[in-house]
Design a protein. Sequence first.
Length: 221
Amino acid sequence: MTTRRILATVRFLFGVFTLLVVGIQLGVHMGHGYSVLNFFSYFTNLSNIFAAAVLIVEATLSWRRRELGPLWQLVRCASVVCMTLVGIVFLALLRDVDLGSLLPWINVWLHYVMPVGVLLDWLALSPSRSIAYGKVAYLVVLPLAYLAYSLIRGVAIGWFAYPFLNPASGGWGAVALTCAVIAVVFVTASFVLVAVANRLRRYGCSLPDHTIAGPWWSAKW
């Protein structure tokens, strides 16, 4: 088996196992009578599902010696940034918070193993083409959409996924300040990851004889 296919297999197993882990935790969550919608309102769960799906797609493409275009690479970058944010925010703000029904080993996988694994995957298997820095702004759409959803829903039902989003913990000023800091971290991480990938892409593990797949995904934009 070639190095490409070995790496593709590792990526695929990593992605599938993460989906399995999220599924197990969902079962535990439901077993305690908690809301399913609340479960899928955690940025951690959404980001892990997103990153796992990207890994599975990347593994399939790599196995077939194919590559999607710039738009897909931006999607992949978004998954890496989201997972990086998951790791940073957990260590900075949530490490000592009561995690409720979250199983300890699942906590380690979702908040430590996956962020590190996805980041290493991005660095070791960088996109074969540069990502325009002007496109980094598009990455902010995901956290902004999540933030809007979380705050609107939180106010409506009186439940917030994270303490730092709950105005009862220190008022809306504290919420706004924390969100602003997280936004700065997110944007900074995005630029750093793109810059590193652009710098190291020629040293990545992608083979030069790939085939670009799909006119929409491979279109320049």
